[in-house]
Design a protein around this ligand. Structure first.
Ligand code: ADP
Length: 263
């Protein structure tokens, strides 16, 4: 249970059937995989679901150095003795928390090996350094996200791993919903929210620019925040939306000119 049940629910605007799908995968103890580019509400969704089920949420942002030891635990030296310290995965397995492995494909391969026995009917975690096997608490759930390989620089997830999850794709919401999200997140006026969303969609459609990552909802939320706090709109769009996307001078200029016409 949450330590403080008075914590208000995180704001999450459903974009499809993801809430129902998650509920059923949780009830049936099937791990859940969120696929999609960065800034599309994946983390917010998991926070929302954890709150809905009144479970503690442990989030791990995986990167290329993340190892199974980081997740399972390690011996540490305390004074004159060596003591075992549970890692976040072990804690979640014991306490019945939801663990969210963000960008799991980025982690070292031993992480994938470590979670395999938790992602099938066994629901067990093997702690090799202790020679122990622990059965997951019935409330435990494994959730992971990954950014599909169509973008350069991102790693793939093997079919044998993917097929252990129920998977849902996350993408940018349709304009009406995205504008609502901006208004809700930042209290910006509706008209400016719509203009920001139009800018986002315009740039998303400029596939010929070959941007590694395009305009996420997160970037639009950031732009809306700094506009709401008083920064001139054009400057806000330049620094929150355009500059984070590219360092190419010509592309920067072209995108800034485009945005100036739209806000
Ligand atoms: P991801 O985990 O996919 O990188 P986040 O969950 O961190 O993305 O989302 C980035 C920001 O975008 C959130 O902080 C929130 O402001 C906003 N956001 C995106 N999608 C939604 C949504 N469906 N409902 C509410 N907020 C959203």
């Amino acid at each position: 249970m949450l330590a403080d049940t008075l914590i208000s629910a995180p704001y999450y605007h459903a974009v499809g059937k993801e809430v129902e799908v998650f509920e059923h995968s949780y009830k049936n103890k099937i791990p859940f995989l969120l696929k999609g580019p960065t800034g599309t509400g994946k983390s917010r969704f998991v926070e929302y679901m954890a709150h809905k089920f009144e479970r503690d949420l442990i989030t791990i942002s995986c990167h290329e150095e993340t190892s199974s030891t980081d997740l399972i635990g390690r011996f540490i030296i305390k004074g004159a003795e060596t003591v075992w310290l549970d890692g976040p995965l072990t804690t979640a397995v014991k306490n019945g928390s939801i663990i969210y492995l963000d960008e799991v494909a980025e982690a070292r391969p031993d992480v994938i090996v470590a979670i395999h026995s938790l992602t099938d009917h066994r629901r067990i975690l093997y702690i090799d350094k202790l020679g122990e096997t622990i059965k997951a608490h019935e409330n435990f759930m494994l959730v992971a996200s990954f950014n599909p390989g169509y973008q350069r620089g991102f790693k793939e997830l093997k079919p044998s791993t993917r097929q252990r999850f129920i998977a849902v794709s996350f993408d940018y919401p349709e304009p009406k919903i995205e504008a609502e999200i901006l208004v809700n997140e930042t209290q910006i006026d509706n008209d400016t929210a719509k203009k920001l969303v139009a800018i986002g969609n315009k740039i998303r459609n400029l596939t010929e620019l070959g941007l590694t990552e395009t305009v996420s909802t997160r970037l639009l939320v950031d732009a809306a925040k700094i506009i709401h706090s008083g920064l001139p709109k054009r400057l806000a769009v330049h620094v929150a939306v355009v500059e984070p996307l590219t360092d190419d001078l010509q592309t920067l200029e072209a995108l800034k000119d485009l945005c100036n016409l739209m806000i």
